[in-house]
Design a protein around this ligand. Structure first.
Ligand code: ADP
Ligand code: ZN
Length: 757
């Protein structure tokens, strides 16, 4: 018996195999590289870095045979038995604290799947450059009590930390002095009670950049507004997720509803993210948030990386209550998120045009669901995607069918451009001229929309038909004045236009197609007494020019504003009595399944700018297709009629919202290479799609892209449609995995594209 015991003890104490097994225990970090390798890689965490390596921080790892040092994101950590194959060790840790929360790591991984992007590029995309580049801050930051009143009574340990943090100290210091763990300190940082002492001294300037327009807080909400607000406050109070779409005509008081919902969010001690299509195009909306709330961070594109980083830290500290910004503001690190709002949710700028090609609306829904908070979307012309989600019951729709203050929607007059009587020397029909005169005579203002910038859209030879084209794109040059320059709207190339035709030598070049510059000239000539300004990307390049023009228009220093779609966005001018749409069908016939939706949205939106004041208003829509459902619906202010017409069309073709589309664009200097590779991809996709059980997938193409050549590269594209987006992406993955792309070809995958050119 005893012998046996000894034997066992011997076995236990002396068997070297046990020690070997022991040595194979350890901590393994999974890392993702920002570029290069697609796959997540495993590394061993050496003893000396054991406390520092954690998910969300970046680490330095050796890569390849040469053990090149690379920066990588640690995305997961596991301890236990090590794999049989030896692992390389992590060399160092880059960030003193995680840049990404566990939720953000999960989100980025979901985004990578949802839009077929590399996880690494998604990780890079959600962090502003200023945050990623902040090397050298390895010294532990000094923390100090923020003075913000705590939401709950602090625990004894928390109270000791806060007391110790009356003067700046490092987290380690505070934990030692308060005799508690680092987690107590970390939690106080998360809740905003402890802040970075450095950032408190250098609080970013958040005073309004210019005098905020006088936007008082109306005393009472309309019944429709109250209904919408109640629909938001219920899930907000209950701490549950719900998506609420405010479908309200322009001027129905949607923004006021957002403001009230944000007020309530702040009152709960929580933060709100408000997304707008483009900051520079929505100065009024930003002003209203700034003037209503104290701590608003406006994340606009003019911020330097350092400024953006400073704002990021302020938001992360919890001191900022409201974040207003374009698409990427959805990634703002709000520790106490309570509400997300997306204004003008139908705008295409919410989809990123470069990889990762994510849509902020879907990202917002993921975050809101994960955080258990309401998501509020608003538009006078909701996207068909959002409309369908309301119809199928996933989302709640709140209608605000009337303007607040009782002003009527303007009467719309449609001018049929096919009718000879509606023609005139310029682009303004006699009806439109009469409308402008009517508004000006009544002391009102005028807005004229023409969604084509430049002077003439192309220059053509009358003798031989030759059309001046860009050298490196398959696009006609647009004539810009002054300077007689031909500018390519595809690549920006500027060329001097010859006086004679380069094709046949005849002095017969004529300008065709009116752009906003020529429209402005015609308006100045036709209404010599009126003060006219133009708003398009050409006049709005200088910082602040947009605000200056809008301020001048609001201040009645201008009578007529001519512009591109820029003038259709979110503006509220009570004295506009006439809106003219010069060429409503300009974008109706583009090779894009959303062309009709876009046209209806644009015309409806700009029409809504008229008649907001007591004097009422009119709209004149010039079109060559007055019977098109998109034009008809916009003319009757009945966007929903268009939706009812369009949804079955989308359903029949499996286009969004009833299906998913993956578009692949192949580019090459050689057209044969582009078309051949597009052909290869189509064959592989068809082969994989054919194995699908119900065969519900369609592969379209290969075909030349609508813009065949751009920046000297030929472009071919293809599309694959299916009812189920996840399965569709699986098919694309299966068909393209391990594929070796020829050297002279580049290709991209765009999931649920909003741009089809
Ligand atoms: P939308 O965002 O739908 O275009 P807004 O919220 O901008 O509408 O409202 C249009 C105008 O009406 C704004 O000037 C706003 O201040 C005002 N307004 C909004 N709600 C009310 C209300 N309940 N009572 C009075 N004025 C209001
Ligand atoms: Zn070009």
């Amino acid at each position: 018996m005893a012998h046996q015991h000894t034997g066992q003890r011997d076995l236990f104490e002396h068997r070297p195999a046990w020690e070997e097994d022991d040595a194979r225990q350890g901590i393994v970090a999974t890392v993702v590289l920002p570029d290069g390798i697609d796959k997540a890689l495993d590394y061993l965490v050496p003893e000396r870095l054991a406390g520092e390596v954690e998910p969300g921080r970046r680490v330095i790892v050796p890569l390849g045979r040469a053990n090149r040092e690379c920066l990588a994101y640690c995305v997961a950590l596991r301890s236990g038995e090590l794999p049989v194959a030896p692992l390389k060790e992590i060399i160092g840790v880059e960030d003193p604290a995680p840049l990404l929360s566990p939720r953000m790591l999960e989100l980025t991984r979901w985004m990578a799947e949802r839009w077929m992007a590399r996880w690494g590029e998604v990780l890079e995309a959600v962090l502003p450059a200023g945050v990623r580049l902040s090397r050298g801050v390895r010294r532990d930051p000094l923390l100090v009590a923020s003075g913000v009143p705590p939401a709950r009574r602090p625990t004894a340990a928390q109270a000791r930390v806060l007391e110790a943090a009356a003067a700046p100290a490092t987290a380690a210091d505070l934990a030692r002095r308060a005799e508690c763990g680092r987690s107590v300190v970390n939690r106080l940082v998360e809740s905003g009670l402890l802040v970075d002492a450095g950032s408190r001294e250098r609080q970013p300037e958040r005073a309004p950049a210019r005098v905020a327009s006088p936007h008082h807080r109306p005393g009472e909400l309309s019944a429709a507004q109250q209904g919408a607000l109640d629909a938001i406050l219920a899930p907000l109070a209950a701490g549950r997720h719900e998506t609420i779409l405010l479908f309200g005509v322009t001027g129905s008081g949607k923004t006021e509803v957002y403001l009230r919902a944000v007020e309530e969010t702040l009152a709960q001690g929580r933060q709100a993210i408000v997304l707008v299509p483009e900051i520079s195009l929505t100065p009024q909306t930003c002003d209203r948030f700034r003037s209503r709330f104290g701590s608003v961070a406006v994340l606009h594109s003019h911020l330097t990386p350092a400024e953006r980083h400073a704002e990021w830290r302020e938001i992360a500290s919890g001191r900022v209550g409201v974040v207003v910004g374009a698409r990427s503001a959805i990634f703002a690190p709000t520790p106490r998120l309570g509400l997300i709002v997306i204004d003008e949710e139908h705008e295409t700028s919410f989809k990123q045009a470069t990889a990762p090609r994510y849509h902020a609306r879907d990202v917002a829904e993921w975050i809101a669901r994960s955080a258990g908070v309401p998501l509020v979307l608003g538009s006078a012309t909701p996207s068909l995607e959002s409309f369908a989600r309301c119809l199928d019951g996933s989302w709640r729709m709140c209608r605000l069918p009337e303007r607040v203050g009782g002003s009527q929607l303007p009467a719309v007059i449609t001018v049929d451009l096919r009718d000879a009587r509606s023609r005139s020397r310029g682009v303004l029909s006699p009806r439109l001229v009469a409308g402008i005169n009517w508004a000006l005579a009544a002391g009102g203002q005028v807005m004229l929309l023409l969604n084509r910038r430049g002077f003439s859209t192309h220059v053509q030879c009358r003798a031989c038909g030759h059309c001046a084209r860009c050298d490196q794109c398959d696009l006609a040059l647009t004539l810009h004045q002054p300077g007689n320059r031909g500018i390519c709207h595809g690549c920006g190339l500027i060329a001097r236009l010859p006086s004679d035709c380069p094709g046949c030598g005849a002095a017969a070049l004529v300008q065709r197609g009116t752009g906003t510059q020529k429209l402005e000239e015609q308006v100045r000539a036709g209404f010599p007494g009126a003060r006219v300004a133009r708003m398009d990307t050409d006049t709005m390049r200088a910082r602040g020019s947009h605000e200056r023009t809008l301020d001048a228009f609001r201040g009645r220093e201008l009578d007529i504003l001519v512009g591109t779609q820029m003038i259709a966005k979110g503006l509220d001018f009570p004295d506009v009595m006439l809106v003219g749409v010069v060429h409503a069908d300009a974008a109706l016939h583009l090779a894009d399944f959303r062309a009709a939706e876009r046209t209806c949205q644009l015309v409806t939106q700009v029409a809504g700018r008229s008649g907001r004041g007591a004097a009422g208003g009119r709209v004149v829509v010039q079109t060559a297709t007055p019977d098109h459902p998109a034009i008809r619906a916009a003319g009757r202010h009945d966007y929903e009629a268009f939706v009812r017409h369009e949804l079955p069309v989308r359903e029949a073709l499996l286009y969004p919202p009833y299906g998913s589309v993956v578009r692949i664009v192949v580019r090459s200097h050689r057209e044969e290479a582009a078309s051949a590779w597009a052909g290869t991809l189509v064959e592989r996709l068809r082969a994989v799609a054919a194995k699908e059980a119900d065969g519900g997938l369609r592969v379209l193409g290969p075909a030349p892209a609508p813009i065949l050549r751009l920046r000297d590269r030929y472009r071919w594209h293809l599309q694959i449609h299916g009812a189920d987006g996840a399965r569709l992406r699986d098919v694309v993955r299966a068909a393209t995995v391990g594929l070796k792309t020829p050297d002279d070809v580049a290709w991209i995958i765009d999931v649920d594209p909003v741009e089809m050119l």
